[in-house]
Design a protein around this ligand. Structure first.
Ligand code: CP
Ligand code: NVA
Length: 308
């Protein structure tokens, strides 16, 4: 069975916990090393990851590239617009061909169905580098960051403020798999997918909805937000106006637990979803969170290759 990482549920809670453990051990083992030095065991030596980007990226592109280098492998990075995919070659045929050249495929795309098709027709692991529906690699980094700061995930409460988007979907999914609670603070009309919420609840996750942003963050361990306008969405004044009360400000952080952590997947729109004083403040973990994309993804890759 080829191991695809399309969503966190593909691995399940136990494997996710093992991957997070592995990520932290490997991060520790190469502390203070030059970033381009290969890990002592070079576990993916001889392997190549092909990456396809149908949307912009800084973190996902660079962290996967560096992850493969540190694991002893190599990468091929492609923008969909310069591939035949960009002029109509099917996802299925692209999957078949890339499987003959590369040992794994990572794709960032819009429609989640495309990544399912890619996995269906690939004979090598396929990894979701973000779709309109979910962003599982990002949430692995978020989980690692919270464990580093709070020592545990189980029993913690996370509050999301803003748009009910792809990043929130993966957070809710993680809550169901790893046993933490999620308080959703979205304005009316911008809630996350009910199917995602129901699935997490069926796994025992306490997902609650609170439209008052102050009440949503009251006493929580983690405050997390993201852009109000995701890639592929039109800029909309009405949406921005609805989101404004959900900006993460110092007053919002003061309502959370005293040592609450602030997360944001980045890129940030300062003055929209987050105030400078929060993202640059002492509770912000966003730079560790960004760095952890590298460490968490090394473990995702190792899981896909059957090493975890
Ligand atoms: N957080 C994240 O996925 O960043 P990029 O869009 O820069 O890859
Ligand atoms: N929700 C954002 C995440 C960017 C990393 C988007 O899809 O654009």
């Amino acid at each position: 069975m080829v191991r695809h990482f399309l969503d966190l549920s593909d691995a399940g809670g136990n494997a996710l916990a093992a991957m997070l453990e592995d990520a932290m051990t490997r991060k520790d083992a190469r502390k203070d090393w030059p970033k381009g030095r290969v890990d002592a065991d070079a576990p993916l030596a001889g392997n190549t990851l092909a990456m396809i980007f149908e949307k912009n990226s800084t973190r996902t592109r660079v962290s996967f590239d560096m992850a493969m280098r540190q694991l002893g492998g190599t990468t091929i990075v492609m923008d969909a617009g310069s591939m035949q995919l960009g002029r109509g070659e099917t996802v299925a045929d692209t999957a078949r061909v890339l499987s003959r050249f590369a040992d794994a495929i990572m794709i960032r795309t819009d429609d989640h169905e495309k990544i399912r098709q890619m996995a269906q027709h690939a004979t090598v692991p396929v990894i979701n580098g973000l779709t309109d529906h979910s962003h599982p690699c990002q949430i692995m980094a978020d989980l690692q960051t919270v464990i580093e700061r709070r020592a545990k995930l189980a029993g913690t409460t996370w509050a999301w403020l803003g748009d009910g988007n792809n990043v929130l979907h993966s957070i809710i999914e993680a809550g169901g798999l790893l046993g933490f609670s999620v308080r959703v603070g979205c304005p009316e009309g911008y809630d996350p997918s009910p199917e995602v919420v129901e699935l997490a609840r069926s796994r025992g996750c306490n997902v609650s909805f609170e439209r008052d942003p102050m009440k949503a963050v009251a006493g929580v361990d983690v405050v997390v937000t993201d852009t109000w306008i995701s890639m592929g969405q039109k800029h909309a004044e009405a949406k921005l106006a609805a989101m404004m009360p959900y900006q993460v400000t110092p007053a919002i952080m003061a309502a959370a637990a005293r040592d609450a952590v602030f997360l944001h997947c980045l890129p940030a729109h300062r003055g929209e979803e987050v105030a400078d004083a929060v993202i640059d403040g002492p509770q912000s973990a966003v730079w560790d969170e960004a760095e952890n994309r590298l460490h968490a993804q090394k473990s995702i890759l190792r899981w896909c290759f059957g090493q975890i």
